[in-house]
Design a protein around this ligand. Structure first.
Ligand code: S3P
Length: 190
């Protein structure tokens, strides 16, 4: 898509990516940002900047519950500020953002919410060399991912406006599909 086409298109709601660690939220979010010109916001990175610590350090020194509270506080802030100021972003979330019911309803109000639904073999492959993911650091990765799939897939399904089975797709294909569906979604709201 050329620059002219990009500037002609107006986006009326944020695009939010949800899914497990390794589902491609950051890669695809950046791709969508490039294609649309919308600013990219990664919730984990915002929290790291706010606190001045990495996610791993936050988990280690303050505990997961503290991290979850920061995550919910950031969602509340975004809901208030972005909707009030009509700020539109591409937002990548942390994999556990759907655990709280409060978060799930904010996500649906905040924008067009897309679940990147990826199978276990692909998640295992993509998280093989991952650093900075405390939940996968010490445990048996396969067993952990298996448990997280069981716990969270129903929550992603409940939260999303659409889901994409994206294991076999290239980031660019997924991004193009999401941009097209987001435009349809915006029209359906008019
Ligand atoms: C988490 C996923 C991580 C990060 C934190 C907890 C989770 O984000 O928020 O380590 O509970 O699944 P990514 O999904 O971006 O790796």
């Amino acid at each position: 898509m050329g620059m002219d086409e990009k500037s002609e298109q107006t986006y009326t709601q944020s695009i939010i990516l949800i899914g497990l660690m390794g589902s491609g939220k950051t890669t695809i979010g950046k791709e969508i940002s490039r294609a649309t010109g919308l600013p990219f916001l990664d919730m984990d990175s915002v929290i790291e900047e706010q606190v001045g610590m990495s996610i791993s350090e936050i988990f280690r020194t303050k505990g997961e519950a503290h991290f979850r509270a920061l995550e919910t506080a950031l969602l509340h802030y975004m809901e208030k500020a972005f909707l009030r100021d009509h700020k539109i972003h591409v937002i990548s979330t942390g994999g556990g953002v759907v655990l709280r019911e409060e978060n799930r309803s904010i996500l649906r109000r905040l924008g067009f919410t897309v679940w990147l639904n990826v199978d276990l073999p692909t998640l295992l492959q993509r998280t093989a060399r991952s650093h900075g993911r405390p939940l996968l650091a010490e445990n048996d990765r396969e067993a952990t991912l298996h448990r997280l799939i069981d716990e969270r897939y129903p929550l992603y399904a409940e939260t999303c406006h659409i889901s994409i089975a994206s294991s076999q797709l290239q980031p660019q294909q997924v991004a193009d599909f999401i941009v097209a569906r987001s435009a349809q979604f915006a029209k359906s709201l008019q």
